[in-house]
Write a protein that binds this ligand. Structure first.
Ligand code: NAP
Length: 391
C-alpha cells in the first residue's frame, strides 16, 4: 500500500482516501472504496479507518505522489519521504541477501587485522567506557555489508589454559569503512564491568578492545549474520530501536543512507525513504555518534528523524526512567501508520531486556487499533520486515 502526502496543502483542500476491507487475504478490486475528506480532518479520519480494520491503500490530493503518514505532519516530525513506497513487495527481503558474505574467516584461521584507531565515543560525565575501534583489513578477503557482525579473539589464554573464545560484535561501519577505502571495519564497544564477590570484574574481550593501541594486531573472524541487513529498496522506511552500543548497526545504516561520501560511493542506493531512530542511553554524554546524526538531521530533515530516551535524565509518564519503549508508546500512531506500509522495516538492537518492554508497548498500541501484536509480529518477521538482534 502507499499513501500520498498532503502536508503542503491548505486545511480546506479535499483529500481522497482509498481503502479496502482488511481481511488479510487478497481482496478483489471491487472492494475498493474512496472517501473524500477535508485536509483538516485527514488525520482523524485516517486513524478511525485504521482502528476499524480498513486497509488504507492511498491518500491523494491530485498532486504528484509521495509516501507519507498523515500523523507525521505534526510539528517536529519528519515529513514524507520524497518518493512513493512501492506497493506490496512479494519477495521477502531475505531472498535478496543470498550473496551476502559469511564466515570468510573461521576461528581456526582468523584474519589478523591491525588497529588503526581506538577513540572514546563518550563526552565528559558519561557513565562507563565506550570506544570506536577501527581495524585495517588490508591484505585479506574480509568483506561485509551493513548489519553484519564479526568475531574477535582476544589475546591471551582463558582460565582453562586454552585460547579465549570468540566474542561477536556488531559492525558499526559500512562496507566501505569509515575511510571509504573498503579496507577497514569499525566496532562500537562498551567495556563490560560487573561486580562479583565485592570485586569489579572487567569483561575479557571488551577490555582488550577498549585498551588496544593503534598498530596492534587483532584476530578477526566472520563476517556473520543476515538478520539485520538493510533492504536494498531505496524507498524503504526504516524504524530503528537501539539501546547503548546496540546503535552499531544503525550507525552503519545511517551512514549508508546519509553520509555524503557514502552516497557518492553508492550510485545504486540513494536513500529516499524515511529513517527513524529511537535511541536509549542513560545520560546525554552517553549519546553515541551524536554529531553524525545531527548532521544528517540538518541535511535530510525530510528523511531522518531522531527520538531519544535518556533514561536517567528524562521521566516517563509514570515518573520512572524514560526507556525507548515509552517513546514507542508515545509515537504509536505514527509507528503503526508506517508499519501498515509494506516498505517499512523495524530493527531492534541492544539490551535483551528491552524486548519485553517493546513488545508490551506494541501490544497496547496494536490493541487500540483492533490488531493483535502476537499475530502481527510473526507476520512482519516472515515478510522479512522485523529484525531483532539483542544480547
Ligand atoms: P547503555 O549505554 O548502558 O544504555 C542502555 C540504555 O538502555 C540505558 O539508558 C538503560 O537505562 C536502558 N535500559 C535498561 N534496561 C532497559 C530495559 N529493560 N528496556 C529498555 N531500556 C533499558 O547500554 P550498553 O551498556 O551499551 O548496552 C547495550 C547492550 O546491547 C549490551 O547488552 C550489548 O551486549 C548489547 N548489544 C547487542 C548487540 C547485538 O545483539 N548485535 C550489539 C551491540 C550491543 P538505565 O541503565 O538508566 O536503566
Amino acid at each position: 500500500m502507499h499513501v500520498l502526502s498532503a502536508a503542503s496543502s491548505g486545511p480546506s483542500r479535499m483529500m481522497t482516501i482509498t481503502i479496502q476491507d482488511f481481511s488479510g487475504s487478497p481482496i478483489p478490486a471491487a472492494g475498493i472504496r474512496r472517501l473524500m475528506v477535508p485536509l483538516s480532518r485527514l488525520q482523524s479520519t485516517y486513524g478511525r479507518l485504521l482502528r476499524s480494520g480498513a486497509r488504507i491503500l492511498q491518500v491523494s490530493n491530485g498532486l504528484a505522489s509521495t509516501a507519507a503518514t498523515p500523523g507525521s505532519s505534526t510539528a517536529g516530525s519528519a515529513p514524507a519521504p520524497a518518493q512513493p513506497a512501492k506497493a506490496a513487495r512479494k519477495t521477502p527481503a531475505k531472498a535478496a541477501h543470498a550473496d551476502v558474505p559469511v564466515n570468510l574467516y573461521k576461528p581456526k584461521t582468523p584474519f589478523v587485522g591491525k588497529v588503526i584507531s581506538n577513540d572514546s565515543l563518550l563526552k565528559e560525565g558519561a557513565i562507563g567506557r565506550v570506544n570506536h575501534v577501527t581495524m585495517d583489513l588490508s591484505g585479506g578477503d574480509l568483506r561485509y555489508v551493513e548489519g553484519q557482525s564479526i568475531g574477535i579473539i582476544p589475546d591471551g589464554l582463558a582460565d582453562n589454559g586454552k585460547p579465549h573464545k570468540i566474542r561477536l560484535y556488531s559492525i558499526a561501519s559500512t562496507r566501505h569503512g569509515d575511510n571509504l577505502a573498503g579496507n577497514t571495519v569499525s566496532l562500537c564497544v562498551r567495556q563490560l564491568q560487573y561486580e562479583k564477590d565485592g570485586e569489579v570484574i572487567n569483561g575479557v574481550c571488551s577490555t582488550f578492545l577498549c585498551d588496544i593501541a593503534p598498530g596492534a594486531p587483532v584476530k578477526i573472524t566472520g563476517p556473520v549474520g543476515k538478520e539485520m541487513l538493510l533492504p536494498a529498496d531505496e524507498e524503504a522506511n526504516v524504524i530503528m530501536l537501539a539501546t547503548g552500543t546496540g546503535i552499531a548497526p544503525m550507525r552503519a545504516y545511517l551512514r549508508r543512507m546519509f553520509d555524503p561520501g557514502e552516497r557518492a560511493k553508492n550510485p545504486d542506493y540513494a536513500f529516499r525513504g524515511k529513517a527513524w531512530l529511537f535511541m536509549g542511553v542513560p545520560t546525554t554524554p552517553n549519546l553515541l555518534y551524536e554529531e553524525e546524526f545531527q548532521s544528517y538531521l540538518s541535511a535530510y530533515p525530510e528523511n531522518f528523524r531522531y527520538t531519544k530516551a535518556i533514561s536517567r535524565e528524562q521521566k516517563n509518564s509514570e515518573g520512572g526512567r524514560m526507556y525507548i519503549q515509552h517513546r514507542v508508546a508515545e509515537y504509536a500512531d505514527e509507528i503503526f501508520s508506517l508499519i501498515n506500509l509494506d516498505a517499512t522495516h523495524l530493527y531492534m538492537c541492544g539490551l535483551r531486556g528491552m524486548e519485553p518492554g517493546i513488545d508490551e508497548a506494541m501490544t497496547t498500541a496494536a490493541a487500540t487499533r483492533g490488531l493483535d501484536w502476537k499475530t502481527l509480529r510473526p507476520q512482519l518477521k516472515k515478510a522479512g520486515r522485523w529484525h531483532v538482534e539483542t544480547y
